[in-house]
Design a protein around this ligand. Structure first.
Ligand SMILES: Cc1ncc(COP(=O)(O)O)c(C=O)c1O
Length: 423
C-alpha cells in the first residue's frame, strides 16, 4: 500500500490532476452536490450504458417481434465483452439470470451426492443468498442442512482462514462454494490455491465474484475453477438488477445443465421446438428462458470502458484510491472512533473500504443527509467504495471531512438507530 500521501484538499486536487482515469468521470451521471460511494452495491449509470438501453427500447418500438431475429443470441455479444474480465473464452461465459439463480443452476449441475461424497462446503461470511441456495439444494436432494452443509467458521468474524478451508476439504465434500471478495471486510480469497487443493481431492469448486468482478483482476485460464457466478450491477455498472454472469469451465461442456430451458438448447435446433433438450455445447447451454434484453443492454455500453482500459489499470487505480482513503482514516478519523476492517495488503484488499464505528448506522444516515451516499452493513460497517472510473481524490477527501464533522459535532445523534429495510 502506498503510504506517501499527504492530507489536505490541495493535495487531493493534485492527485486528481495526475489521475490518468480522472476524465472518465465525465462518462457518468455524477449528481451535483452528491458524492457517490456505493458503487460496490449499485454502480453509477454511465452515458454509454443508458444509450445502449435506449437503443434497445427504440428497436422494440420500431421492430417489434422482428428484433428477436438477432437478439435471441444477444447474450453471446455480451459474453464476448465480459469474458476478458475473467480471462476466459467467450464460450465459457454466459449472461443469464441472477447471481442466485445461477448458483442454483451450477449446483444442480455439479452436485450429485453419493454415499461417501455428499457435502457442500461453504464459509460463514459469504452473502446470505449463497447459503440459502446451498441449503435448499441439499434439502432438495433429501438431506438435512446439518448433515450435508459443512461450514468453515471464520476465526474473527471478519476474515476467512484459507488453511481452515483446506483442512475441511475432506473425502465427504462434493462441491465447494466460496466468495472471492468478502462483502464486508473486502478480503480477497486465493482462488488459485483453493482450486488446486480442491482439485487434488477430486472436489468441484465454484466462486461468487459479486464483489470482485470489475474491481480486481481475475484470471480463470490460470485458476481453472469449475464454475463462477457474478452480478453485473455493482462494479460493472450494468443497471438496477442487470443480468448476471455465469462461468462454466470448458472441461464441463459435456455436462447436462441442471436446470434446462429452451434458451439453453442448441441455436440451430431451438426453433424446431422438439421435446428433446439438446444443450448448446458451451456455457450458453446454461441459459434457461428468454434473455432479459433490457436488463442486459446496459452492459453492452458499460463493458466497453472495461475492455478499452483493461482490468490492470482499473485495479491499480482502485488500489491507490482505497489506500488514500485508508491513509486519511488513519490520519484524520482515528481520534473519532473510526477504524477500518480491511487489510492494508494490496494482495488481499478488494475494491471497497470497510469503515467501522460503533455508531455506524446513524453515521451512515447522517452521511446521506450530507450529500454522501455510502451503505451500511450490520453490525458496525459503513462500506465506502472509491471507484476507479468515477470517484475523485477530492471527493474521497471531502467524505473524510464529512465523517469527521458528523462525529465531532455529534450530528449523528439527530438520527434514529431503528433499522429500515434498504440501507
Ligand atoms: C456476494 C453476493 N452474492 C450475491 C448477491 C446478490 O445476489 P443476486 O444478484 O441474485 O441478487 C450479493 C448482493 O449484494 C452479494 O454481495
Amino acid at each position: 500500500m502506498n503510504t506517501t500521501f499527504q492530507t489536505g484538499l490541495d493535495y487531493a486536487k493534485k492527485l486528481d490532476s495526475k489521475d490518468e482515469l480522472h476524465q472518465y468521470r465525465e462518462d457518468f451521471f455524477i449528481q451535483p452536490g452528491e458524492i457517490y460511494m456505493d458503487g460496490n452495491s449499485l454502480g453509477m449509470a454511465s452515458k454509454a450504458a443508458v444509450a445502449s438501453i435506449e437503443k434497445m427500447i427504440e428497436r422494440w418500438k420500431k421492430e417489434g417481434v422482428q428484433a428477436w431475429n438477432d437478439l435471441y443470441i444477444y447474450g453471446e455479444k455480451i459474453s464476448a465483452l465480459m469474458a476478458p474480465l475473467v480471462n476466459a473464452t467467450p464460450q465459457e461465459v454466459t449472461i443469464t439470470g441472477s447471481t442466485t439463480s445461477d448458483i442454483h443452476s451450477a449446483l444442480t449441475t455439479f452436485y450429485h451426492p453419493t454415499e461417501e461424497r455428499y457435502k457442500i462446503l461453504v464459509d460463514d461470511l459469504n452473502f446470505p443468498t449463497d447459503r440459502y441456495a446451498v441449503d435448499s439444494i441439499v434439502e432438495l436432494k433429501g438431506y438435512s442442512i446439518e448433515e450435508a452443509v459443512k461450514v468453515v467458521r471464520s476465526p474473527d468474524g471478519e476474515f476467512i482462514d484459507e488453511d481452515a478451508v483446506i483442512e475441511a476439504m475432506e473425502a465427504d465434500v462434493a462441491v465447494i462454494l466460496l466468495p472471492t471478495v468478502l462483502y464486508r471486510s473486502a478480503q480477497i480469497i486465493d482462488m488459485k490455491r483453493l482450486t488446486e487443493e480442491a482439485h487434488k481431492r477430486g472436489i468441484i469448486i465454484g466462486f461468487d465474484l459479486c464483489h470482485a468482478i470489475g474491481a480486481i483482476e481475475i484470471d480463470f485460464k490460470e485458476i481453472q475453477p469449475d464454475f463462477a457466478v457474478w452480478c453485473t450491477y455493482k462494479y460493472l455498472n450494468g443497471g438496477l438488477g442487470s443480468t448476471a454472469g455465469l462461468y462454466i469451465n470448458k472441461k464441463h461442456f459435456d455436462k447436462k445443465p441442471g436446470l434446462a430451458g429452451w434458451f439453453g438448447n442448441r441455436n440451430d435446433t431451438q426453433f424446431q421446438l422438439k421435446h428433446h433438450f439438446e444443450p448448446q455445447p458451451d456455457a450458453s447451454g446454461w441459459q434457461i428462458g428468454s434473455p432479459a434484453i433490457f436488463s442486459m443492454a446496459g452492459l453492452e455500453g458499460s463493458l466497453q470502458i472495461f475492455n478499452q482500459l483493461g482490468m490492470k489499470k482499473i485495479r491499480e487505480n482502485s488500489l491507490n484510491k482505497t489506500a488514500y482513503l485508508m491513509y486519511l482514516i488513519d490520519q484524520e478519523l482515528a481520534d473519532y472512533g473510526y477504524s477500518y476492517g480491511n487489510s492494508t495488503d494490496d494482495r488481499v484488499r478488494g475494491g471497497h473500504v470497510c469503515l467501522q464505528h460503533e455508531e455506524a448506522y446513524r453515521i451512515a444516515a447522517a452521511l446521506r443527509n450530507n450529500g454522501v451516499i455510502p451503505d451500511f452493513r450490520e453490525p458496525n460497517v459503513i462500506r465506502l467504495a472509491p471507484i476507479a472510473l468515477y470517484t475523485s481524490y477530492e471527493e474521497i477527501n471531502l467524505v473524510v471531512q464529512t465523517l469527521k464533522k458528523i462525529v465531532a459535532e455529534k450530528i449523528y445523534e439527530d438520527y434514529s438507530n431503528t433499522r429500515s429495510s434498504v440501507v
